[in-house]
Design a protein around this ligand. Sequence first.
Ligand SMILES: C[S@@+](CC[C@H](N)C(=O)[O-])C[C@H]1O[C@@H](n2cnc3c(N)ncnc32)[C@H](O)[C@@H]1O
Length: 388
Amino acid sequence: MELDMTTMDLPKRHLLAAFLSMEPPQHLISLARKCGGGSITQDVQQFIWAHCINRTDAYAHEPYLKSVMKNLIREIESTGGSVMDEFYERYACYMVSVKEDGAEKADSWVVKCISFLFNDSPIKVLIPLRCSLNMLQGDTGCALWPSSLFLSEFILSFPEVFTRKTCFEVGSGVGLVGICLQHAKASQVILTDGDESTLANLKVNLEMNKVGNIDSKSVSGSSTVQCVHFPWESARESELQQFMPDIVLGADVIYDPSCIPHLVRVLTLLLQRDKTIDSKSHPTPQGLVSGGEKFGYKNDVCVESDKAKVEAATMEFFSQEMKSRPVALIASVIRNIDTFKCFLDTTSQANMVVRDLTDSIKVSNLIPYMESYKRSDVRLFMLSCVNK
Ligand SMILES: C[S@@+](CC[C@H](N)C(=O)[O-])C[C@H]1O[C@@H](n2cnc3c(N)ncnc32)[C@H](O)[C@@H]1O
């Protein structure tokens, strides 16, 4: 999808990006107010009309448009503003043609366009993703989860970490991480999921993003991106030996206690490939280990002059870590502390080190327009295996 935002000022670009990613209407209203210096002026309304509501592209989702219109009209009226006639007319049409929000929502599919166009994003992309509005669809894999937004920001903040690497993702869901890995020029991207309907939707998203050479059958071909049906419970060691990843990734995959032993077994098999590690040089695998050093920035502020240093230090850290063994990067929102403890215990028993890198690595805020996404809720863990 092409999008020319060059002539728009920044608040309007944020508003449009938020609209395209289908942010909840109350967040759009907050951004619209910012565009108008505190109120939704005629100028802002005209912008919304021209760029958001009166769209003709295939991604427009009428129930969402209806809900946006309803909230906008309510907001403008309640603050004593004058609503554009076009808003009333369009809303009246939706009242007749679009089913009630609740009934429509249950099994709706939408296309959310996630733009990485802000804050000096080193790779500027707009990624359309077919998602379900039902968070549970496809064993939760057809919705977009915050950890994959975070992991995508991480990949696009430090693309060199992934360049020319073989990357293997567990629980790929709608595929955002995989698409970012391809933009970061990973040499091989293996995307997996245990749910067949999620995998089918993932393939639609790869096609929509022109991520080529998808091969769901062969794992030994020349494909750069593969989709593999891969339930953790039935994964065999011989099957995993074919992959040999440098980096294993996972976003929001630690939530079901019954799956944790299987997930950890898969991670162990993928990560224990290199046997030449000196275990003494790594922390004892007793649960969570602090990430330690910050990579060249102070008090969470990364001034422009430090940016190159931070990137170089981060790159150096990862290249050292990956020199002798693969690592896994798992982004997670800790929703249930017992489930997370269970994950830590299981990794510890499997002789793995889990390091929390969240406070050590300064991931760029590449989706600043998405107010519903709470970056601070997501933690980033690095896992590696040590010899016994
Ligand atoms: C909460 S979703 C996260 C999806 C995506 N990573 C994201 O962050 O948007 C969890 C994903 O893990 C997959 N998953 C859950 N249990 C699994 C299992 N036992 N084997 C393989 N995949 C599994 C689900 O199908 C789903 O795609």
